[in-house]
Design a protein around this ligand. Sequence first.
Ligand code: UN1
Length: 499
Amino acid sequence: MQTAELLEKLGVDAASIRGGSLSVASPVDGQEIARVAQHSVADVATAVSRAKQAYTAWRSVPAPRRGELVRLFGEVLREEKENLGKLVSIEAGKILAEGAGEVQEMIDICDFAVGLSRQLYGLTIASERPGHRMMETWHPLGVIGVISAFNFPVAVWSWNTALALVCGNAVIWKPSEKTPLTALACQALFERALKRFGDAPADLSQVLIGERDVGEALVDNHDVALVSATGSTRMGKEVGPRVAARFGRSLLELGGNNAIIVSESADLNLAMRGILFGAIGTAGQRCTTTRRVIVHESVADELLKRLRKAYDSAVIGSPLETGTLVGPLIDKDSFDAMQTALKNAREQGGTVHGGERVLQDKYPNGYYVKPAIVEMPEQSSVVKHETFAPILYVMRYTDFQTAVDMQNDVPQGLSSAIFSNDLREAEFFLSANGSDCGIANVNIGTSGAEIGGAFGGEKETGGGRESGSDAWKVYMRRATNTINYSRELPLAQGIQFGD
Ligand code: UN1
């Protein structure tokens, strides 16, 4: 599988992937591909104090110069797109096109951040006092901790890091213990950019490989100004309160339970393609994966017929082979969780198509499944739970308001979409009375967002926003400045104090 060769090309030291205590398996065939050394809790404190020093130097570097480092990193990523994308496929199991697509997201956010490095705007505000001026200034924040999940093992880190760096911060990354190799590769590529840059402080970006205790130490460290955590709602429920207890900031990007409404006026060809990419792409392991379809009863049979046909012809297999659309699940736990969900769905009245394990003979330790379509009589508890696997629940509706209510009636609030050619329905869906998600789309699916928009969602999704728009503000602190250029000292609110 040429993993060692790829890692070498990417600049990862061969010694760092041998003899460590963390076994890394590829989901492609379940075989061990590396043994990586792990950091200890004590290493976290050392990394944070180094990062603090790096930040103290970096915050005085003019932002456009900081942008130059990110520009160089984007250049390195362009050179290594294919290699890094392939490593993502090997370690996370997504197909080559999606592995390369993930690296493209990294390149895009670098470009975005470079532009941003000449902006980072503050407002000027009208003062009520004569001879006074008010303004806002945005300053670097400090050490940023990034905790990321296996399913986007490189892009999520880059969304945070590209912005954090142009904003003048230092970053410490704890990747998923399932995907340390791609993290080591990113760090090596970043170091290549650092060399080209020349005079950046050491330790602007560090990687900590470890399990839960390492993550906890990062979350609890008072010198980590912002913890940006992507993963399950269960993880976020622990991280959020722990960071808040020490008055730190957190940016949470947690579970999704994303629905597509297919209305009676929908273009079914478009809807089909949107649903297919959203539901079976990345083998159902995106936070934006389409997990629910709420379809008007008049088009439900037709849509289901076409969907089942498309599911039957989707090629399941090694993500490294061209032509494959559906790669493996990350591991056995994930497969077991999928089977439990399907069992629950049957018990709750669902009719399950697919969902069984395939290619077992070829890959006894790889977990390949036929993506499942589950017709549900109603939106029962199993549908409201996010199972990180390719299960698509399909429910019918008669009245449009009911469809919107169903879309919103889940604990999560990440992404949502409507396929409709009825302007009234589409606009209602985007209005305050429509979708309650952080992402609401018309005539495109729930997954595959561009980096230019703010990315994240409401409710149990955690409320954080990263990537585009003004998400950079969470990586900076805001100072409100009032400047008096008069010879008086008038108080605000007209207060007379003393003479
Ligand atoms: C994730 O699954 O954590 O919108 C991120 C998308 C991608 C990002 C997904 N741009 O599907």
